[in-house]
Design a protein around this ligand. Structure first.
Ligand SMILES: Nc1ncnc2c1ncn2[C@@H]1O[C@H](COP(=O)(O)OP(=O)(O)O)[C@@H](O)[C@H]1O
Ligand SMILES: [Mg+2]
Length: 223
C-alpha cells in the first residue's frame, strides 16, 4: 500500500531524513519510533505530501508521488486520512460539523447524505452521543476519537496518526489503540502510527521502523 524508497529531507543544512526505505502492506499497522526531534513528523509529512522530499520516492497505493503537481496530489490525498498531532479540530463548530467538513469539501453530496455518513463515522468511534458538542466540551480521548472520525470521512484505505495518544491517560490510550486495531480487522485499514508509547506499540504494531540519526531501520521482529 505504501512504498518509501531512500527518502531524504533536508531543511537547509539540517539533514533530518537521510535515506529512509520501507514498505507497508495493506491491512497492517506500521509504528514509527525514534527520539524527539528525530524526524518522525517530518517523515509523516513527506508521506502525506505536506512536505516534498529532497530526494527519494514515496508510492501510495501504486501511485508514485515523485514530482507530482499539487492538483494531482489531491487525488492521492483522497486515499488516506490523517490524524494530526493534537487532533486539530475546529472549536468553532460541533463534532459532527468537524467530521462533515472534508466530505463537503471533497464531494458534491447533498446535506442528508453527508449527515448519514457523519453518523456512521461517529458510530465507528463510539461518539454518536457527542455529535452536537464542541471539541472543548469533550474529553481529550474523545477529541482524539473525533479526529479519527474526521480522518475516516472519505473512506480512506490508509490512516496516518501522529502521536495519537499524546496527552492521554493510559485508559484513553488503550481505547485509541483498540480503535486502531478495530479499523484494521474490520475495514482492513492500513495504519501508520508515529508513537513513543511502548505499550501502544506492543498492542498495535505488526512492524516497526526506528528513525536513528535520520536513517530508517525496518524491524521485522516487532512482537
Ligand atoms: N519546516 C521545517 N523547517 C526547518 N526545520 C524543521 C522543519 N520541520 C522540522 N524541522 C526540524 O526537523 C527535525 C525533526 O523534527 P520532527 O520531524 O518534528 O521530529 P519528531 O516528530 O520526531 O519529534 C527537528 O530538528 C526540527 O527542528
Ligand atoms: Mg513529531
Amino acid at each position: 500500500m505504501i512504498r518509501v524508497r531512500d527518502v531524504h529531507m533536508h531543511f537547509g543544512d539540517v539533514k533530518v531524513l537521510r535515506g529512509v526505505s520501507f514498505d507497508v502492506q495493506r491491512g497492517e499497522t506500521l509504528c514509527i519510533l525514534g527520539g524527539s526531534g528525530g524526524g518522525k513528523s517530518t517523515l509523516l509529512n513527506v508521506m502525506i505530501g505536506a512536505l516534498r522530499a529532497t530526494d527519494g520516492e514515496v508510492v501510495i497505493d501504486g501511485q508514485s508521488t515523485r514530482g507530482m503537481k499539487e492538483r494531482q496530489f489531491d487525488d492521492v490525498r483522497r486515499k488516506f486520512g490523517v490524524m494530526f498531532q493534537g487532533g486539530a479540530l475546529l472549536n468553532s463548530m460541533s463534532i459532527a460539523d468537524n467530521v462533515a467538513l472534508p466530505i463537503g469539501y471533497h464531494t458534491k453530496l447533498d446535506a442528508d447524505t453527508i449527515e448519514t455518513m457523519v453518523k456512521m463515522k461517529l458510530y465507528q468511534v463510539d461518539l454518536l452521543h457527542a455529535a452536537d458538542r464542541r471539541p472543548s466540551a469533550i474529553s481529550g480521548g474523545m477529541q482524539k476519537r473525533a479526529a479519527v472520525a474526521r480522518a475516516l470521512a472519505l473512506d480512506p484505505k490508509i490512516l496516518f496518526y501522529d502521536e495519537p495518544s499524546a496527552g492521554l491517560d493510559p485508559i484513553a490510550t488503550t481505547r485509541i489503540d483498540e480503535l486502531i486495531n478495530k479499523l484494521k480487522t474490520t475495514m482492513r485499514m492500513t495504519n501508520v502510527v508515529v508513537t513513543h508509547v511502548m505499550e501502544s506499540v506492543q498492542r498495535i504494531a505488526d512492524h516497526i521502523i526506528m528513525l536513528d540519526k535520520g536513517a530508517g531501520h525496518p524491524r521485522r521482529d516487532a512482537r
